[in-house]
Ligand binder design. Structure first.
Ligand code: AP5
Ligand code: ZN
Length: 214
Protein backbone atom coordinates (compact mmCIF):
# COMPACT_ATOMS: atom_id res chain seq x y z
CA UNK A 1 0.00 0.00 0.00
CA UNK A 2 1.09 3.47 -0.77
CA UNK A 3 -0.91 6.55 -0.07
CA UNK A 4 -0.22 10.20 0.35
CA UNK A 5 -1.76 12.87 2.59
CA UNK A 6 -2.29 16.24 0.92
CA UNK A 7 -3.80 19.24 2.67
CA UNK A 8 -3.13 22.75 3.96
CA UNK A 9 -0.99 23.45 7.06
CA UNK A 10 -2.89 22.30 10.14
CA UNK A 11 -5.36 20.10 8.24
CA UNK A 12 -4.50 17.00 10.31
CA UNK A 13 -2.07 15.12 8.05
CA UNK A 14 0.46 14.60 10.83
CA UNK A 15 -2.22 13.82 13.44
CA UNK A 16 -3.77 10.99 11.43
CA UNK A 17 -0.53 9.50 10.04
CA UNK A 18 0.86 7.80 13.21
CA UNK A 19 -2.53 6.16 13.95
CA UNK A 20 -2.77 4.71 10.44
CA UNK A 21 0.91 3.81 10.40
CA UNK A 22 0.58 1.62 13.51
CA UNK A 23 -2.62 -0.07 12.34
CA UNK A 24 -1.37 -0.97 8.88
CA UNK A 25 2.35 -1.33 9.74
CA UNK A 26 3.26 1.26 7.14
CA UNK A 27 6.30 3.50 7.06
CA UNK A 28 5.41 7.18 7.78
CA UNK A 29 7.52 9.51 5.67
CA UNK A 30 6.87 13.17 6.47
CA UNK A 31 9.10 15.53 4.52
CA UNK A 32 8.44 18.32 7.04
CA UNK A 33 9.62 16.13 9.96
CA UNK A 34 12.69 14.99 8.02
CA UNK A 35 13.58 18.57 7.06
CA UNK A 36 13.14 19.82 10.66
CA UNK A 37 15.45 17.04 11.87
CA UNK A 38 18.04 18.10 9.27
CA UNK A 39 17.74 21.75 10.33
CA UNK A 40 18.16 20.82 14.02
CA UNK A 41 21.23 18.70 13.22
CA UNK A 42 22.64 21.47 10.96
CA UNK A 43 23.37 18.99 8.15
CA UNK A 44 24.17 20.44 4.68
CA UNK A 45 20.56 19.67 3.68
CA UNK A 46 19.25 21.41 6.81
CA UNK A 47 21.37 24.48 6.16
CA UNK A 48 19.95 24.74 2.62
CA UNK A 49 16.33 24.16 3.72
CA UNK A 50 16.18 26.44 6.76
CA UNK A 51 15.66 29.79 5.09
CA UNK A 52 12.68 28.70 2.99
CA UNK A 53 11.08 26.88 5.93
CA UNK A 54 11.40 29.85 8.27
CA UNK A 55 9.64 32.02 5.68
CA UNK A 56 6.88 29.46 5.07
CA UNK A 57 8.01 28.86 1.49
CA UNK A 58 8.58 25.49 -0.15
CA UNK A 59 12.04 23.94 -0.20
CA UNK A 60 13.35 23.15 -3.72
CA UNK A 61 11.92 20.11 -5.50
CA UNK A 62 15.38 18.56 -5.96
CA UNK A 63 16.11 18.58 -2.22
CA UNK A 64 12.84 16.99 -1.14
CA UNK A 65 12.72 14.45 -3.97
CA UNK A 66 16.25 13.45 -2.92
CA UNK A 67 15.29 12.82 0.70
CA UNK A 68 12.16 10.84 -0.25
CA UNK A 69 14.14 8.74 -2.72
CA UNK A 70 16.68 7.95 0.02
CA UNK A 71 14.03 7.16 2.64
CA UNK A 72 11.98 4.86 0.40
CA UNK A 73 14.97 2.54 0.03
CA UNK A 74 14.90 1.60 3.72
CA UNK A 75 14.37 -2.14 4.19
CA UNK A 76 12.02 -1.43 7.12
CA UNK A 77 9.53 0.12 4.68
CA UNK A 78 8.57 -3.03 2.76
CA UNK A 79 4.86 -3.11 3.64
CA UNK A 80 4.31 0.32 2.14
CA UNK A 81 4.25 4.01 2.90
CA UNK A 82 2.23 6.92 4.07
CA UNK A 83 3.66 10.03 2.50
CA UNK A 84 2.79 13.09 4.59
CA UNK A 85 3.37 16.50 3.03
CA UNK A 86 4.83 15.05 -0.19
CA UNK A 87 4.37 15.57 -3.14
CA UNK A 88 3.63 19.27 -2.78
CA UNK A 89 4.21 20.42 -6.36
CA UNK A 90 3.22 18.86 -9.69
CA UNK A 91 6.93 18.40 -10.47
CA UNK A 92 7.35 16.40 -7.23
CA UNK A 93 4.30 14.28 -8.15
CA UNK A 94 5.73 13.53 -11.60
CA UNK A 95 9.16 12.65 -10.16
CA UNK A 96 7.49 10.38 -7.58
CA UNK A 97 5.53 8.57 -10.30
CA UNK A 98 8.79 7.97 -12.17
CA UNK A 99 10.56 6.68 -9.05
CA UNK A 100 7.70 4.31 -8.27
CA UNK A 101 7.39 3.12 -11.87
CA UNK A 102 11.02 1.99 -11.76
CA UNK A 103 10.10 -0.19 -8.77
CA UNK A 104 6.91 -1.50 -10.36
CA UNK A 105 4.78 0.42 -7.84
CA UNK A 106 2.27 3.28 -7.88
CA UNK A 107 0.24 5.46 -5.53
CA UNK A 108 -2.97 3.72 -4.48
CA UNK A 109 -4.76 6.64 -2.88
CA UNK A 110 -4.45 10.34 -2.29
CA UNK A 111 -6.18 11.53 0.88
CA UNK A 112 -7.21 15.13 0.44
CA UNK A 113 -7.52 16.78 3.87
CA UNK A 114 -9.99 19.51 2.97
CA UNK A 115 -10.24 22.31 5.55
CA UNK A 116 -11.29 25.92 5.15
CA UNK A 117 -8.43 28.42 5.66
CA UNK A 118 -10.39 30.28 8.35
CA UNK A 119 -10.04 27.57 11.00
CA UNK A 120 -6.35 26.89 10.47
CA UNK A 121 -4.84 29.75 12.47
CA UNK A 122 -6.27 28.47 15.75
CA UNK A 123 -5.07 24.95 14.98
CA UNK A 124 -1.57 26.09 14.07
CA UNK A 125 -0.94 28.57 16.88
CA UNK A 126 -2.16 26.08 19.55
CA UNK A 127 -0.04 23.17 18.33
CA UNK A 128 2.74 21.58 20.43
CA UNK A 129 4.90 18.78 19.06
CA UNK A 130 7.19 16.05 20.34
CA UNK A 131 10.01 16.44 17.84
CA UNK A 132 11.60 12.97 17.91
CA UNK A 133 8.33 11.03 17.37
CA UNK A 134 6.40 13.63 15.36
CA UNK A 135 3.39 13.38 17.74
CA UNK A 136 1.36 16.55 17.85
CA UNK A 137 -0.93 18.01 20.49
CA UNK A 138 -3.17 21.05 20.74
CA UNK A 139 -3.77 23.17 23.85
CA UNK A 140 -7.53 23.14 23.14
CA UNK A 141 -8.34 20.29 20.73
CA UNK A 142 -5.89 17.55 21.81
CA UNK A 143 -4.20 18.51 25.11
CA UNK A 144 -1.44 16.28 26.53
CA UNK A 145 -2.11 14.65 29.95
CA UNK A 146 0.43 17.03 31.52
CA UNK A 147 0.82 20.47 29.87
CA UNK A 148 4.04 20.75 27.86
CA UNK A 149 4.94 17.05 28.22
CA UNK A 150 4.70 14.14 25.74
CA UNK A 151 2.22 11.46 26.95
CA UNK A 152 4.40 8.54 25.85
CA UNK A 153 7.98 9.52 26.69
CA UNK A 154 7.51 12.25 29.32
CA UNK A 155 9.84 14.45 27.24
CA UNK A 156 9.17 18.18 26.75
CA UNK A 157 6.99 19.45 23.89
CA UNK A 158 7.99 22.38 21.70
CA UNK A 159 6.30 24.82 19.32
CA UNK A 160 7.40 24.95 15.69
CA UNK A 161 9.21 28.09 14.59
CA UNK A 162 6.91 28.46 11.56
CA UNK A 163 3.71 28.15 13.62
CA UNK A 164 2.99 31.88 13.81
CA UNK A 165 0.13 33.76 12.14
CA UNK A 166 2.35 35.69 9.64
CA UNK A 167 4.32 32.60 8.54
CA UNK A 168 1.06 30.63 8.27
CA UNK A 169 -0.07 33.21 5.72
CA UNK A 170 2.87 32.39 3.41
CA UNK A 171 2.40 28.65 3.97
CA UNK A 172 -1.25 28.94 2.90
CA UNK A 173 -0.25 30.95 -0.16
CA UNK A 174 2.24 28.25 -1.13
CA UNK A 175 -0.45 25.62 -0.59
CA UNK A 176 -3.00 27.29 -2.85
CA UNK A 177 -0.51 28.18 -5.58
CA UNK A 178 1.76 25.17 -5.67
CA UNK A 179 0.05 22.26 -3.91
CA UNK A 180 -3.62 22.47 -4.90
CA UNK A 181 -2.67 21.63 -8.53
CA UNK A 182 -1.30 18.32 -7.19
CA UNK A 183 -4.85 17.35 -6.20
CA UNK A 184 -5.94 18.09 -9.79
CA UNK A 185 -3.05 15.98 -11.12
CA UNK A 186 -4.19 12.95 -9.11
CA UNK A 187 -7.92 13.58 -9.73
CA UNK A 188 -7.30 12.87 -13.41
CA UNK A 189 -6.04 9.44 -12.36
CA UNK A 190 -9.20 8.88 -10.29
CA UNK A 191 -7.40 8.15 -7.00
CA UNK A 192 -8.33 11.15 -4.83
CA UNK A 193 -10.48 10.61 -1.72
CA UNK A 194 -11.83 13.81 -0.18
CA UNK A 195 -11.95 13.84 3.63
CA UNK A 196 -14.06 16.20 5.70
CA UNK A 197 -11.05 17.15 7.78
CA UNK A 198 -12.86 19.91 9.70
CA UNK A 199 -14.53 17.31 11.91
CA UNK A 200 -13.05 16.27 15.29
CA UNK A 201 -9.90 14.10 15.04
CA UNK A 202 -11.61 10.76 15.89
CA UNK A 203 -14.22 11.31 13.17
CA UNK A 204 -11.51 12.08 10.64
CA UNK A 205 -9.81 8.80 11.67
CA UNK A 206 -13.04 6.88 10.88
CA UNK A 207 -13.22 8.58 7.49
CA UNK A 208 -9.64 7.55 6.77
CA UNK A 209 -10.49 3.94 7.71
CA UNK A 210 -13.45 3.97 5.33
CA UNK A 211 -11.30 5.24 2.49
CA UNK A 212 -8.50 2.76 3.08
CA UNK A 213 -10.81 -0.25 3.33
CA UNK A 214 -12.78 0.63 0.18
P1 AP5 B 1 5.12 20.40 7.05
O1 AP5 B 1 5.74 19.97 8.32
O2 AP5 B 1 4.64 19.37 6.11
O3 AP5 B 1 3.97 21.46 7.41
P2 AP5 B 1 2.53 21.75 6.75
O4 AP5 B 1 2.21 21.15 5.45
O5 AP5 B 1 2.43 23.21 6.84
O6 AP5 B 1 1.58 20.95 7.60
P3 AP5 B 1 1.46 20.95 9.16
O7 AP5 B 1 2.42 20.00 9.76
O8 AP5 B 1 1.43 22.34 9.68
O9 AP5 B 1 -0.04 20.41 9.27
P4 AP5 B 1 -0.66 18.99 9.56
O10 AP5 B 1 -1.69 18.78 8.50
O11 AP5 B 1 0.35 17.91 9.75
O12 AP5 B 1 -1.39 19.33 10.93
P5 AP5 B 1 -1.43 18.54 12.32
O13 AP5 B 1 -1.98 17.17 12.12
O14 AP5 B 1 -0.15 18.65 13.05
O15 AP5 B 1 6.15 21.33 6.25
C1 AP5 B 1 6.86 22.37 6.87
C2 AP5 B 1 7.75 23.09 5.87
O16 AP5 B 1 8.71 22.17 5.34
C3 AP5 B 1 7.04 23.66 4.64
O17 AP5 B 1 6.52 24.95 4.89
C4 AP5 B 1 8.17 23.66 3.62
O18 AP5 B 1 9.04 24.76 3.81
C5 AP5 B 1 8.93 22.39 3.96
N1 AP5 B 1 8.44 21.23 3.20
C6 AP5 B 1 7.88 20.08 3.71
N2 AP5 B 1 7.56 19.22 2.75
C7 AP5 B 1 7.91 19.80 1.57
C8 AP5 B 1 7.82 19.40 0.21
N3 AP5 B 1 7.27 18.23 -0.17
N4 AP5 B 1 8.28 20.28 -0.74
C9 AP5 B 1 8.82 21.47 -0.42
N5 AP5 B 1 8.93 21.92 0.85
C10 AP5 B 1 8.48 21.08 1.85
O19 AP5 B 1 -2.56 19.42 13.06
C11 AP5 B 1 -2.33 20.77 13.44
C12 AP5 B 1 -2.89 21.04 14.83
O20 AP5 B 1 -4.31 20.88 14.83
C13 AP5 B 1 -2.36 20.09 15.91
O21 AP5 B 1 -2.15 20.80 17.09
C14 AP5 B 1 -3.48 19.05 16.07
O22 AP5 B 1 -3.54 18.54 17.39
C15 AP5 B 1 -4.73 19.86 15.72
N6 AP5 B 1 -5.71 19.03 14.99
C16 AP5 B 1 -5.47 18.07 14.05
N7 AP5 B 1 -6.61 17.54 13.58
C17 AP5 B 1 -7.63 18.21 14.22
C18 AP5 B 1 -9.06 18.14 14.14
N8 AP5 B 1 -9.66 17.25 13.32
N9 AP5 B 1 -9.79 18.98 14.91
C19 AP5 B 1 -9.16 19.88 15.74
N10 AP5 B 1 -7.81 19.99 15.86
C20 AP5 B 1 -7.05 19.17 15.11
ZN1 ZN C 1 2.49 17.86 9.68
Amino acid sequence: TLHTHVGPPGSGKGTQSPIIKDEYCLCHLATGDMLRAAVAAKTPLGVKAKEAMDKGELVSDDLVVGIIDEAMKKPSCQKGFILDGFPRTVVQAQKLDEMLKNQGAKIDKVLNFAVDDAILEERITGRWIHPSSGRSYHTKFAPPKTPGVDDVTGEPLIQRKDDTAPVLKSRLEAFHKQTEPVIGYYSQKGIVANLKAEKPPQEVTSEVHKVLSS
